[in-house]
Structures are given as C-alpha cells and as structure tokens.
Design a protein. Sequence first.
Length: 293
Amino acid sequence: MFIAVVEARSIAEAARRLSLTQPAVSKSIHELEATLGVPLFERDSRGIQPTGYAQVLYRRALVIFGEIRLAGEEITQLASSGTGKVALGTMPVAAAGLSALAVTDLVQAYPGISVSITEGDHDALIEALRNRQLDLVVGRLPADTNSEEFTTELLYHDQLCVAAHHSHPLAQRRRVTLEEVAREYCIVPKEHSLAYQQLARVFFDRKLRLPQRRIDTLSVLSVDALLATGKFVILGLPRKVVEYRPTSGLVVLPVELDTDPGPVGITCLKAHALLPSATYLIECLRRRCGLEA
C-alpha cells in the first residue's frame, strides 16, 4: 500500500489502483507513520509528496518485495522444472535483435516459462535490477559499472552505423556523405545516451552540425514505424540490430562514423543467485552470439 501511494503521489489514485477505499489507505499510512515516528508525506499543490524518510523506506521496500518475488519464483521453479518467470531488461541496442531472438529460443525450448520484458535506458534498467524488479539486463556495458554490486558478461562488440529503409533514396546509392545525411530528417539517440555523445563527437570532429531536423527516441516500435515510411534516416543504430533483423527492410548506408566499438553484454546482481529461468535465458543469449552456453 505504501509503495502504491509513493508511486501514485495520491491517496485517491493509490486506493483506485488497489481496489480499496480512500479512508482505508489513509488509515494505513497514518498507522505506518505512527509506528515509524516520522512523517512520510507532505501535501502541496500537486497532491502529496514523499518526504526524505519515505524515499528511504520506498527504496528498501522495493528490494524486500523484489526478494519475496524471487523467493516465490525459485520455489515454483524448484517444484516444477522448466516453468516459472524471468524478468528481462533490455536496452534499445539489443531490444530489436538479440533479446527478441533469445527470448524466442527460450520459450520454444521451455514452453512453461513466461517472460516479462522491460525496455529502457541504462540508468532506469540498472535501478530496476538493483530493486530486484529485473533478473538481468542486456545492453551496452558502461565502463563505470559497479563491480562490487554487479556482475557483467561480454557478448559482443558493436559498431554504430547509419541506416535507412531500403525504399529511402539514399539507400539506392553507392556513396553517401555525412553532410548529405545531416540534411535528411534523422532519428537520433536520446541526448544523454552514450551513442548520442559519440555521434556528437563525430560531427564535431568533421566540423559539421548535428541534423537540425531530427526525432530523438528510444522506442523500437516508433523507430520501426518511422523508418518503414522511407522518409527517415537513423543515426547511431548498432550494426548488429540490422544484422539480427534481415526481414526489417533496413540497410546500412555507406557512411563511416569512426566510433569506438561498444561492448554489449549481460548485467546481473552479484548479491543473489539467478533463477533457473534466468540461467536458461542467458544460455540462449550466449548461443545466439556464438558463445558456449
């Protein structure tokens, strides 16, 4: 109940989500505040906001409920082999290619396993992993990953590229310059992402401005829909995304970006053992990358 109120920032909305009455939720929060001896929420023009005490409790509560989820799943999977659930977090670098293929392999080999997939950026997924809401994260491996808290496994190195649907005019040409690409309507990574930073450096080194007409998104569905129109070019797409999806209609344009090959891999929490279902998924990921499972 407390978690629902923090996330909803409203007693009424939390009650609606939990199918409880508003007075019952209010009473529960007041009793929790009395037990702890500190205020958990403050009212303002936007509703109720968690205090610093509430933020500490919320962070700990997510971990506790995450561990309860994992315990239940582990018992289920011990009682019945080849069943259970796995919660996968995937970054856009892997979502449209490797992750989808590995999940397909998993459910074909183990039809009794259910999979929850969360797509997002590195920071959001790592926080969800830390709170036990995810079992593993697949995506770019940053250099600053906390080795005391997480374990990482390299799957492959990937290079950023420029791509478009085969119906785009630039896809018909043998030679394309970055200057020409910059004049197109471009899809680019989110500004805070590592891919965007690498692109910005490439354009700066070549004394070019980043495309003025651009759409920045992390959504795989949005990217697919936009590129399928044949009117957009995508900058900073991992080359493996094109290779893993031969039926997507995407082609890599002959433009060199001169970016460093990025490590793509698996991140897990070091503090707890993986569920069997998560281990099976990791084996599928390794096989798809040509590694020994």
